[in-house]
Design a protein around this ligand. Sequence first.
Ligand code: FAD
Length: 383
Amino acid sequence: MSSKPLVIVGTGLAGYNLAREWRKLDSSTPLLLISADDGRSYSKPMLSTGFAKNKQADELVMADVGAMAEQLNAEIRTHTPVTRIEPDAKRLWLGAEAIDYRDLVLALGADPIALDIPGDAADHVYAINDLEDYARFRAAIDGKQRVLLMGAGLIGCEFANDLTSGGLQVSVVAPCDQVMPGLIQPQAAEAVQHALQALGVAFHLGPVVSRLSRDGAALRAELSDGTVLACDAVVSAVGLRPRTQLAAAAGLTLGRGIAVDRQLQSSAAHIYALGDCAEVAGLNLQYVMPLMSCARALAKTLAGEPTAVSYGPMPVVVKTPACPLVVSPPPAGSAGQWSVEGEAPDLRILCKDASGALLGFNLTGGCVSERMALNKSLPAVLA
Ligand code: FAD
């Protein structure tokens, strides 16, 4: 048996789920997990439901790093960024320290896109993409009230709902004409926006924040349409970019993420990738269900049984309880016709091809209960 470890870089849902799945199949090969963060196990989707539940960051932790190391029979190095990979030597570097691996898995996640906003208040802009970000934002808004939220995509809408339910006053600013553009149909977007407005969210769709300045103890945001908003903190939810820098420097092929095939194998031997950082057979899907499927398939491959990942239908449940929403986008490039049934907020919006076969759907309000039945007719995302 090789004494070199399987090394997994990243202790998010991708890294820890892979470790768990692989340990079911191989209980003895050494396992080393390396993380730039504190290695606590948590479920990232809970970050956008924490304010309504009044949860501190520590209350979202499922297991500390010691418990994870014991559970996985693994060594876990925390606050230790991997700085370089040498694929030909099967070696990685932690600063000046070298580690040889049997196989290397990159589960590096994605970076929030940071906007460069003129003004003197950039340090009051928070992206909430991990537990430590969540803790920082909670501390910053403690005792304060007004949040300006940049971005009206899925995560932006979830935060708008959650922060408002948690007692904060939220204004959403985004340069689009509907919420979740590109993801949902206009009728569904309208239903969600109306429900969030009824909850108290103010929308400024169209302009961007063109300047952010300090104004005494508060902030002053100037929008590109001339509106001026006062707020106490800004949350940025304008998108995530797969972390590819390490892989790029090591000469790995990139797409919209670290390019891997259906066995999660990168362009370099013995290096694999999964989760938000990976583009799997052309798809970079930043959701939990795909990474769970990848973890199960990759665990088998790493245990000696080469296994291709497949994805069935994977509808996304958007956590906007003000207007429940489930979305299954039609496959990219498919030609379908959309039809709208029902009355807001209870909408059944279906996309079908010329033969009447279901390609995708948006379900809102009471219609979300039809999701399981409709799932049976959906095409697989990766057959
Ligand atoms: P991450 O959890 O980001 O983990 C990346 C890891 O890599 C971290 O441990 C980091 O420290 C480490 N790392 C990075 N670079 C280095 C380095 N150089 N050296 C060492 N370690 C490094 N999806 C759903 O399906 N349903 C939902 O309801 C949902 N809600 C969400 C709500 C929010 C607010 C957000 C932000 C996302 C949500 N998602 C949801 C998406 C889902 O949570 C992510 O797809 C998933 O958690 C990504 O896991 P990951 O392990 O790939 O990345």
